[in-house]
Ligand binder design. Structure first.
Ligand SMILES: [Zn+2]
Length: 471
């Protein structure tokens, strides 16, 4: 079945047809973190959405090239650098490292490329030069370079592809230096910001004097540098639709690098917000959580991943701390089933049960309907448990069931303990053997070892103590 999803550009659910004529490659750009603080779970919902898209494309057999930028210079970062007095690279490096750690904790697949804005200043300057040469960008009296919406539109450019804008309300030639603004105040936006005293030591040389890039141009320059002037998918949170993504389109298409008939990006995907207890997350409300806050409360990355993957990407997800134990219970159901299957399958090799995988995949093909996909998973768990309970399952059927899970988990990424859980009676025997050894009763220790062996377990002495392992 064909994969369909909601393209913000067309405002409709569309079939994914990659630009690659062979239909094999899929290029994906996800707006990455602004590394001025630890990412919060609202951010993580969006990054996990990027991971879901990446994993599902790979599941479908596409060769994905996944780029996620690191915004390591922009307004908020400069403000923090000024406040803390820490050099830019040291300041951003700490949060960048934390971001990658968190990405691993949530078992997200690492993007193939994670370019930093500060390492693409020449490409950013070259792109601005193109816009200046085409008459779409201009240097204002404050020394900054702005994108002229009027000139862009006069040249046939369409500003307002992702959102509807009321141009009658806009005052031509007005400028906005800040990276963030509402669509009601849309105006010429900054591509290059002339150095001001508050920037301190954060500046680069350019044809327009000392300064630094605007946020929007960073993503245009890096995405086109690494994926070409036209690529398949650009993804981010819905808060980025305007102005960030709208401005990216204007800059990238304004530079005129695309082949005739091609856009900058074919599919724009946006993930909805996350609320906490029905409210917008805010530090002042005490409902603001970073991933680390939740780990400190005793939840695992796997449980948080599961929880964030339960809601459809276009629906607002209401996160609650009370909901996380439910994630734990659901995962335990899966784990218990897999443990039994592993015991039964032994070393037998299996292949996925096509009907189960097809149902799972059909749900995801339908605009990434994760609820339907989880429905397929839990129906399968229930059926598998029923078959196991009936004692009619063979080792090869168990191996097929495991292969089925592995196939689905390529997308879900919630994993499962790779080792068979140790039953309590075995743990008791291991402990009794340890006690016997400590009491130097080696005959009894040996007898217990043989008893364990008879039950199919061996004892391994590790630096952390004795551990039972299934033979
Ligand atoms: Zn971006």
């Amino acid at each position: 079945m064909a994969l369909k999803w909601f393209n913000t550009l067309s405002r409709s659910v569309q079939e994914f047809v990659p630009l690659d004529p062979a239909g094999q490659k899929a290029n994906l750009y996800c707006c990455g973190p602004t590394v001025y603080d630890f990412a919060h779970i609202g951010n993580w919902r969006t990054f996990m959405f990027g991971d879901l898209v990446r994993r599902y494309l790979e599941f479908k057999g596409y060769a994905v090239r996944h780029v996620m930028n690191i915004t390591d210079v922009e307004d908020k970062i400069i403000k923090r650098v000024r406040e803390t007095g820490v050099p830019l690279r040291d300041f951003t490096g700490k949060f960048e490292a934390a971001f990658f750690e968190d990405l691993k904790t949530l078992n997200c697949r690492m993007p193939h490329l994670t370019p930093r804005a500060t390492e693409h200043i020449p490409q950013i300057i070259a792109l601005i030069e193109k816009l200046v040469a085409r008459g779409i960008a201009y240097r204002a009296t404050d020394g900054s370079v702005y994108f002229s919406i009027e000139k862009y539109r006069a040249g046939g450019g369409q500003y307002g592809q992702l959102v509807k804008l009321d141009f009658d309300e806009m005052r031509v030639g007005e400028r906005v230096r800040s990276d963030e603004y509402a669509k009601e105040t849309a105006a010429d936006f900054a591509l290059w910001k002339a150095r001001v005293p508050e920037d301190g030591p954060v500046f680069w040389l350019s044809p327009w004097g000392e300064g630094r890039p605007g946020w929007h141009i960073e993503c245009s320059a890096m995405s086109m540098e690494l994926l070409g002037p036209s690529f398949d998918i650009h993804l981010g949170g819905e808060d980025l639709v305007f102005p960030h993504h709208e401005d990216e389109i204007a800059q990238s298409e304004g530079a005129g690098l695309q082949a005739p008939g091609l856009r900058f990006v074919k599919y724009w995907l946006h993930g909805a917000h996350l609320m906490v207890d029905g409210k917008k997350m805010a530090k002042s409300l005490g409902n603001f959580f970073t991933l680390r806050d939740l780990l400190a409360k005793g939840f695992s990355g796997r449980e948080i991943r599961y929880s964030l993957l339960t809601a459809h990407y276009r629906e607002t997800f209401n996160f609650t701390l009370e909901g996380l134990p439910g994630a734990r219970v659901s995962l335990q159901r899966i784990d218990e089933c897999l443990t039994k299957l592993r015991e039964l399958a032994g070393a037998a090799a299996g292949k996925p049960e096509a009907d189960v995988v097809d149902r799972f995949s059909a749900a995801l093909d339908d605009d990434l309907n994760v609820a339907g996909a989880w429905g397929a998973v839990f129906d399968w768990v229930r059926d598998t448990n029923r078959r196991l309970a009936g004692n009619g399952m063979t080792a090869s059927a168990a191996a097929n069931a495991l292969a089925t899970w592995d196939r689905m988990d390529e997308v879900l990424g919630v994993g499962a303990p790779s080792e068979v859980a140790v039953p309590p009676e075995i743990t008791a025997l291991v402990e009794a053997r340890q006690a016997a050894r400590q009491a130097r009763d080696f005959r009894r220790a040996d007898a217990l070892r043989l008893e364990l062996k008879a039950k199919g377990w061996v004892v391994e002495d590790t630096p952390k103590g004795a551990r039972a392992k299934k033979v």
